[in-house]
Design a protein around this ligand. Structure first.
Ligand code: ISE
Length: 324
């Protein structure tokens, strides 16, 4: 993910110069540095932040390192675009929100790239235009060909479902108040604690509804969709078709297993908008630290619901004025 963002930053975003890289895997950093003509490599994120060589930082390190890197960026006054999740502990995500609120500046943004996906944006436009009347229900499908790293329910709800919680919040324009989750281990060869097929139901703060299927061992490929069911119509995302195949009495569309492939345009648009917002000194239109925190609060409640077998309330701290 980091290499991909680096390539986008170096090659495809105007007003952006990639000047430094940091990776625990030094060889990978050197290879990427050679490929992109970047000579400054740092051993630790702290050294990079303290170096004074960059105006902004993009973080795509393992989830559990996000919090400390984001906090060090904020302390140094550096804008930071951090991959999701914003932190690995809910209390840390709230700490980022509070640090920003105290400083009175939004420096941290979160990589919920679906907000920049052309299909998701078209659904949002349809809702905003009134074409489907009042949206009442958000429906999501999130399938990975194979379980990413860890197939336990809490991991999937934190790592993957954050995107769905953000999609529901963003498309319905309100917070999630309560979640209820059912989980299933889809295959006998997965560890006992696996819950790689999850059904998530949401009650939004204003009473509207959400529902998502997450299937992390879908085998046939990677697929994400979101749908808004409104009083007057329905808007559904469509992912770009890679190809149309006709073969042996079959006509269909190829499905990729690579979870980055369908969102290439989204990653690029997100980065371009973030850089544009920094250069022009205006607010970033993507996800804020508050959005990162709110998605994590929904993930935490979802884990609790799965564990206890009953609906769980999403407990949100008061939203600081900075994010209103
Ligand atoms: C992965 O970490 C991502 O961020 C992808 O967008 C998501 O679809 C996938 O399920 C995650 O594992």
């Amino acid at each position: 993910m980091g290499s991909q963002h680096a390539r986008n930053a170096a090659r495809s975003v105007s007003d952006c110069e990639l000047v430094a890289l940091q990776d625990l895997d030094r060889d990978r950093a050197e290879r990427l540095g050679r490929e992109l003509g970047v000579g400054r490599l740092y051993d630790t994120p702290e050294e990079l932040v303290a170096s004074g060589t960059v105006d902004a930082l993009l973080v795509a390190s393992p989830d559990e390192t996000h919090f400390r890197i984001v906090e060090s960026c904020i302390a140094a006054g550096l804008p930071v675009l951090c991959e999701k999740p914003l932190a690995s502990e809910l209390k840390d995500a709230l700490e980022v929100v509070r640090t920003e609120a105290r400083a009175g500046a939004r420096l941290a943004s979160v990589g919920f790239m679906r907000r920049f996906d052309p299909g998701h944006r078209a659904v949002k436009r349809a809702a905003d235009s009134g074409a489907i009347g009042r949206p009442l229900l958000w429906k999501g499908v999130h399938r990975n060909a194979r379980t990413p790293y860890d197939s336990s329910g809490p991991f999937i709800l934190a790592n993957s479902a954050g995107h769905d919680f953000d999609s529901a919040r963003w498309l319905l324009g309100t917070e999630i108040a309560e979640v209820s989750v059912l989980g299933l281990r889809s295959r006998d060869d997965l560890p006992d604690e696996s819950r790689d097929l999850l059904l998530v139901r949401m009650a939004m703060a204003d009473g509207r509804l959400g529902s998502a299927e997450l299937f992390m061992s879908a085998d046939y490929g990677y697929e994400v969709s979101a749908e808004l069911v409104g009083q007057l119509g329905v808007a559904t995302t469509a992912q770009p078709e890679l190809s149309r195949l006709r073969s042996k009495g079959f006509r269909g569309t190829e499905v990729t297993s690579d979870w980055t492939a369908p969102f290439q345009a989204a990653y690029l648009a997100e980065l371009a908008e973030w850089i544009g917002s920094l250069v022009e000194g205006r607010p970033f239109s993507g996800a804020s630290a508050w959005d990162g925190y709110a998605a994590m609060a929904a993930s935490a409640a979802a884990s609790e619901s799965l564990l206890r077998g009953r609906p769980a309330k999403v407990e949100l701290a008061a939203r600081p004025e900075l994010y209103l």
